[in-house]
Ligand binder design. Structure first.
Ligand code: RTP
Ligand code: MG
Length: 139
């Protein structure tokens, strides 16, 4: 069925702050099932490739430096309507605009260091999941 999977990363700020456990608990309690998970670290080159869609944006170089600054936790999640529901669950990009109770409201420090990533379409969820995980690493 379409729309059942999304991809997420706990970003370097949230991992470094020791918030990974709390965020994973929130993800599970919100009804998302973890299908794949790994602790890894993006090189500047991989971070640049992952966010290539933002190459022309003024924040691109900062984003690449930030996303390669420390470990991240990558996950594939499943749930009905996964992409849209997960975007609602994490909150707005800018934590100042994020709704109460969302991951970014609780854990993001700034519009850049905003704790967590969520895919923005089913197509990108599939591409991003495949960027990090082989078939063997998925349950
Ligand atoms: P994400 O892709 O990480 O889930 O975030 P998003 O869809 O909410 O936001 P997007 O526009 O895709 O931006 C990707 C990430 O770039 C950083 N950013 N910095 N300094 C800035 O103005 C700025 N704007 C965006 C954030 O880390 C954002 O999540
Ligand atoms: Mg995005």
């Amino acid at each position: 069925m379409a729309g059942t999977k999304t991809f997420t990363m706990i970003k370097p700020d949230a991992f470094a702050d020791g918030n990974s456990g709390a965020i994973i608990k929130m993800i599970e309690e919100a009804g998302f099932k973890i299908e794949a998970m790994k602790l890894t670290r993006l090189s500047a080159e991989s971070a640049g490739a992952f966010y290539a869609v933002h190459k022309e944006r003024p924040f691109y170089n900062d984003l690449v430096a930030y996303m390669s600054s420390g470990p991240i936790i990558a996950m594939i999640l499943s749930k009905e309507n996964a992409v849209a529901d997960f975007r609602t669950f994490i909150g707005a990009t800018n934590p100042a605009e994020a709704a109460e109770g969302t991951v970014r409201k609780l854990f993001a420090k700034s519009i850049e260091a905003n704790a967590i990533h969520g895919s923005d379409s089913d197509e990108n969820a599939a591409i991003e999941g495949a960027f990090f995980f082989s078939q063997l690493e998925r349950v």
